[in-house]
Design a protein around this ligand. Structure first.
Ligand SMILES: [Mg+2]
Length: 227
């Protein structure tokens, strides 16, 4: 039997929000404290989560909606700042996720974050949590002026790591941005379910799992058969 080894170093592309870090948990933690201070009912947290839409709503619009709902005498600028600080302060990086990234690195993978968002926010999350010590690099959409699922952002990630996209895997929670992005490039991917069912018909992840640690394990075990 002839065994051929793949000498290329593989890229492990990872989404940030609700993949490497629990963004929803951080926002929820901030929202709980904010509502208590504003004297608003606890159940309003669902309203806040709706308005935030996993960070997809413009921060200025979120601030304005909050100010209007609670009749706050605060400037929108200050409220945007409060949203920023509140989110960063409550962002945690699970050491077990760090351990999974180390195992992947030891197995020859090069982890690079590919995230849609603002440079200020995403960099603060990566650096202040210590996540920067566990990845080779990161690409933030605002900085490169293109967003996932645009193939260009994944190509930039590969360029930064000085690696080819061939053999790369993508891990993320967004069907469109992460899994669609990988599919557009013909790359295999692992989708983080977050309690959802896969419903997109145009493409599908190679595997669906419940969390990023399982996702990294899946990449390491499946990559041999896919490559
Ligand atoms: Mg995400």
């Amino acid at each position: 039997m002839q065994v051929t080894y793949c000498a290329a170093v593989p890229l492990l592309l990872l989404d940030l929000d609700n993949t490497l870090i629990d963004r929803t948990g951080a926002f929820r933690a901030w929202a709980g404290r904010f509502l208590a201070e504003a004297g608003a009912p606890e159940y309003d947290v669902d309203w806040l989560l709706d308005v935030d839409a996993d960070g997809m709503t413009d921060r200025w619009d979120v601030a304005e909606a909050i100010r209007d709902r609670y009749n706050l005498r605060v400037s929108i600028v200050d409220l945007v700042d409060e949203l920023f600080e509140g989110l960063i302060e409550n962002t945690r990086f699970d050491p077990m996720v760090g351990a999974a990234l180390r195992i992947a690195e030891d197995a020859g993978w090069v982890p690079v974050i590919v995230t849609n968002g603002a440079v200020r926010t995403q960099e603060a999350k990566i650096r202040r949590t210590g996540l920067d010590r566990f990845v080779a690099d990161w690409v933030i959409s605002e900085e490169v002026d293109c967003r996932k699922p645009n193939p260009r952002i994944f190509e930039i990630a590969a360029e930064r790591a000085r690696l080819r996209l061939r053999g790369a895997w993508m891990i993320g929670d967004s069907p469109e941005a992460d899994i669609g992005g990988a599919a557009g490039l013909g790359l295999p991917s692992v989708w983080i379910r977050r309690g959802r069912e896969w419903s997109e018909r145009r493409f599908a992840p190679t595997k669906a799992v419940n969390g990023v640690i399982q996702a990294v394990a899946a990449v390491m075990s499946l990559s041999h058969s896919v490559r």
